[in-house]
Design a protein around this ligand. Structure first.
Ligand code: 5GP
Ligand code: MN
Ligand code: MN
Length: 321
């Protein structure tokens, strides 16, 4: 695919779906696409479906039009899936995908399983928002579209610092800045700003973090009782894994939070050698070489034992153990 308009022929209505537990790139790309289609193809009916997302993203145009309804009975000519590497990532919205006339997936995960009718997967792109911009006609990228895509790129690159940031990323970000977006505010308000209780749980997670494998790895786990105590939602835990990753001497960081009794959402980050996407994919998840995740069951120690076995294999292959 060279341009988005190629997939829009003979299409009257479109469902746009992101992944479960939507992050900045997911929300940014879904709303960016919605706002772009409103300008470039005004005759199209577009509905975005997403799970509830962080309040900080709600300033984006179209945020108030997002549906959380998993079964509203609507059937679409086209379903566009953004930032999701496999069908399980669609969660409750998979029905819209299954019943749509045509399906397209625009994504940037190396672990993408190729589940849609038409696949546009660009692992070289820092964010789905970046891959999406490349499919757009810049003439229809207004300030509101730019705000969405910029936010997506900012989040997946950790404000242009992760190794997925390329010259193309910076050039596209530059073009988006030229649209007159309040970029400093987007970065501060959606990425760095934390509520008091978010800071408290970050502090707790760092205090309780544990180095293992001679300090090459670190983990921290947040249980349901901690979430209850600090009254934080699992949507508000962003940033904890990033802080763990930059601990001096650490190659691989693991963050767990409890989603149900004996069930944990796992986030992994690595700095130089460990391909965490392989580990996540092994346990049924996916992601990128330096950032990946999955869901695992058992106690914290079961989960860590299983993960550290796979991490250690890679550290040994790299001669680090
Ligand atoms: P995070 O740790 O920030 O939740 O996710 C890091 C990366 O891994 C993101 O690109 C995200 O899409 C991917 N990821 C996280 N959890 C899962 C999962 O359960 N399944 C898959 N396929 N990818 C995941
Ligand atoms: Mn994502
Ligand atoms: Mn992404």
């Amino acid at each position: 695919m060279e341009q988005l308009k190629e997939i829009l022929t003979e299409v009257n209505n479109v469902a746009v779906i992101g992944h479960v537990r939507p992050d900045g790139d997911c929300v940014g790309s879904c709303l960016g696409l919605r706002n772009y289609l409103e300008l470039s193809a005004p005759e199209l009916q577009v509905q975005v479906y997403l799970e509830p997302f962080p309040e900080a993203f709600s300033f984006l145009k179209g945020a108030d039009t997002v549906s959380h309804d998993t079964a509203d009975g609507n059937v679409y000519d086209l379903c566009i899936v953004l930032d999701a590497s496999d069908k399980e990532r669609l969660g409750g919205f998979a029905g819209y995908f299954d019943h749509a006339g045509k399906t397209v997936c625009i994504d940037h995960h190396v672990t993408n399983t190729g589940f849609a009718g038409l696949m546009h997967v660009r692992p070289e792109c820092s964010a789905t928002s970046e891959a999406l911009y490349m499919l757009m006609d810049d003439a229809y990228v207004d300030r509101q579209v730019a705000e969405c895509l910029y936010m997506g790129i900012v989040h997946d690159t950790g404000v242009f610092k992760h190794s997925n940031t390329t010259r193309a990323t910076m050039e596209i970000a530059g073009r988006l800045i030229e649209k007159g977006i309040p970029f400093s505010e987007i970065i501060d308000r959606t990425f760095y700003e934390k509520t008091y209780k978010q800071n408290q749980i970050l502090g707790r997670a760092l205090t309780e973090s544990v180095l293992f494998m001679d300090g090459t790895c670190i983990y921290s786990a947040v249980r349901q009782k901690d979430l209850d105590f600090y009254q934080v939602d699992t949507k508000e835990l962003d940033g904890i894994i990033d802080q763990l990753r930059i601990t001096k001497g650490v190659e691989c960081a693991v963050f767990l939070y409890e989603t149900a009794p004996q069930e944990f959402k796992v986030s992994m980050r690595s700095n130089n050698v460990v391909d965490v996407s392989r580990i996540a994919a092994f346990f049924g998840g996916g992601g990128h070489v330096r950032a990946a995740g999955c869901t695992m069951t058992g106690s914290v120690y079961d989960v860590l034992n299983n993960l550290s076995e796979r991490i250690e294999m890679q550290l040994m292959d790299a001669g680090l153990r």
